[in-house]
Design a protein around this ligand. Structure first.
Ligand code: NAP
Ligand code: GDD
Length: 348
C-alpha cells in the first residue's frame, strides 16, 4: 500500500492551513510542526479540528521549532514522512529589517537544519523523503529582468530576501550534492481571507470593511506605488503538491503573470464597499522600507507546462473574496462592541 504521509512546518500559517486542507482531502496522513505560544496560534486550523470530530481525517500537531535541529530530527523519526513541506519562516519583509539576525536564523538556517535532519533520518531508516522549499519572488528584489522566471538572477533587497536566497540555494545544493528529491517553489505574493493582518492586502481589506461599519476612520500605508503579482493561496498550495509528485525534483515560478499596484488593490477594495479610498488613506513614512522591491511580475510558463498548473482565482475575485470575509468579521466585531466587549485593533 502507498504511504502518503506529509509533514508541514509552518502549518499554522496561511499556506500551511490551505496545504493541510488539500493534503487531507487527498487522503494523506498530515502532521504539522507548531511553535509553543503563550496564546493559541492554531486559529487557521480550527475548522480541521471540528472536521475531525465530524469523522474527518486527523491532523496531528507536534511542538517544534526550526531553530531547534534536534527536535526536527526527532519529529521526522517519529512521523517517517514521505513528503516534507518547509513553510516555516519569519515571513514579514518589513519586520526582517528590525530582526535581521532572527530572520536569518529561522528563515535561512532553519531550512538547513531541516535538510540535515531529513538527511540523517533518510540515511538511518532508508526512507525516501521528498522535500518542498518555500522560496520567494522577494529573492528577485531589484529585478534585472521583467517578467521574472526561473533563470532570472536574484538581487534580494531585504534581510528576509537574503535569508530566502540562502534557503533556496542550500536546497539546490543538497539536491545536487546528496541526490535529494528537493524542489523549490518560487512563489509570487499570494493572499486569502486567512492572510496575516499585517501584509498589505489584508490590512487594506480589514481597514475598508471596518471603515464601512464605522469601526475605523483612517488607513495608514507606506509605498502604494509598489507593484505585485498577487494570486490566491488556495491555488498556490496545489502547485507545491504537484512539484513533489514529479519524477524529478526541480524549481518552478508560481505566479498569475499579472501585476497591480498597491493603490489599485485599495481602489478595488474600497469600491467594493461603496467608498473612495482617497478619502481614507494617509501615507505614513513608518511603513516605508529601507530598500523596496518596486515591481514583481512572474512568468509561470514552466509550472503551467510541466506541472499542468494554472491559477483559478483572478485578481478581482481575490479582492471580492477577501472583502466578503472581512465584512463578516467587521460585523461580528461591531456586534461584540455593542455588547461591551473589547476587541484588539489591527493596523500594522
Ligand atoms: P505565514 O502566514 O507568516 O506563516 C509562517 C509560518 O511559519 C507560521 O506557521 C509560523 O508559526 C511559522 N514559523 C515562524 N517561525 C517559526 C519557527 N521558528 N519554527 C517553526 N515555525 C515557525 O506565511 P505564509 O504566507 O503562509 O507563507 C508560507 C511560506 O511561504 C513562508 O516560508 C513564506 O516566507 C513563504 N512565501 C510566502 C509568500 C506569500 O505571498 N504568502 C510568497 C512566497 C513565499 P506561527 O503561526 O506560530 O507564527
Ligand atoms: N505590509 C505592508 N504594510 N506593506 C505595505 C504597506 C503597509 O502599510 N504600505 C505599502 N506597502 C507595500 C510594501 O512596501 C510592499 O511593496 C507591498 O506593499 C507588499 O507588502 P507585503 O504585503 O508586506 O508583502 P511583500 O511583498 O513585502 O512580501 C510578501 O510577499 C513575498 C513574495 O514576494 C510576503 O508574503 C513574503 O513572505 C513573500 O515572500
Amino acid at each position: 500500500m502507498v504511504r502518503n504521509i506529509a509533514l508541514i512546518t509552518g502549518v499554522t500559517g496561511q499556506d500551511g492551513s490551505y496545504l493541510a486542507d488539500l493534503l487531507l482531502s487527498k487522503g494523506y496522513e498530515v502532521h504539522g510542526v507548531v511553535r509553543r505560544s503563550s496564546s493559541f496560534n492554531t486559529r487557521r486550523l480550527e475548522h480541521l479540528y471540528h472536521d475531525r470530530h465530524a469523522g474527518g481525517r486527523p491532523l496531528t500537531l507536534h511542538y517544534g521549532d526550526v531553530a531547534d535541529g534536534n527536535c526536527l530530527a526527532r519529529i521526522i523519526r517519529e512521523v517517517r514522512p514521505t513528503e516534507i513541506y518547509n513553510l516555516a519562516a519569519q515571513s514579514h519583509v518589513r519586520v526582517s529589517f528590525d530582526q535581521p539576525t532572527y530572520t536569518a536564523d529561522v528563515t535561512a538556517l532553519g531550512t538547513l537544519r531541516l535538510l540535515e535532519a531529513l538527511r540523517d533520518v533518510q540515511d538511518a531508516c532508508g526512507d525516501t523523503i521528498r522535500f518542498y522549499q518555500a522560496s520567494s519572488s522577494e529573492m528577485y528584489g531589484k529585478v534585472v529582468e521583467i517578467p521574472q522566471k526561473e533563470t532570472t538572477p536574484f538581487h534580494p533587497r531585504s534581510p528576509y530576501g537574503v535569508a530566502k536566497t540562502y534557503a533556496h540555494w542550500i536546497t539546490v545544493n543538497y539536491r545536487e550534492s546528496y541526490g535529494l528529491h528537493a524542489s523549490c517553489g518560487i512563489l509570487f505574493n499570494h493572499e486569502s481571507p486567512r492572510r496575516g493582518e499585517t501584509f498589505v492586502t489584508r490590512k487594506i481589506t480589514r481597514a475598508a470593511t471596518r471603515i464601512k461599519l464605522g469601526l475605523q476612520d483612517t488607513l495608514f500605508l507606506g509605498n502604494i506605488d509598489a507593484k505585485r503579482d498577487w494570486g490566491f493561496a488556495g491555488d498556490y498550495v496545489e502547485a507545491m503538491w504537484l512539484m513533489l509528485q514529479q519524477e524529478e525534483p526541480d524549481d518552478y515560478v508560481v505566479s498569475t503573470d499579472e501585476t497591480h499596484t498597491v493603490r489599485e488593490f485599495c481602489e478595488k477594495t474600497f469600491a467594493q464597499v461603496g467608498l473612495d479610498c482617497d478619502d481614507f488613506i494617509k501615507i505614513d513614512p513608518r511603513y516605508f522600507r529601507p530598500a523596496e522591491v518596486d515591481l514583481l511580475l512572474g512568468d509561470s510558463t514552466k509550472a503551467r507546462t510541466k506541472l499542468g498548473w494554472k491559477p483559478r482565482v483572478s485578481f478581482n475575485q481575490l479582492v471580492e473574496m477577501m472583502v466578503e470575509s472581512d465584512l463578516v468579521l467587521a460585523e461580528q466585531e461591531k456586534l461584540l462592541r455593542g455588547e461591551g466587549h473589547a476587541m484588539v485593533l489591527v493596523n500594522d
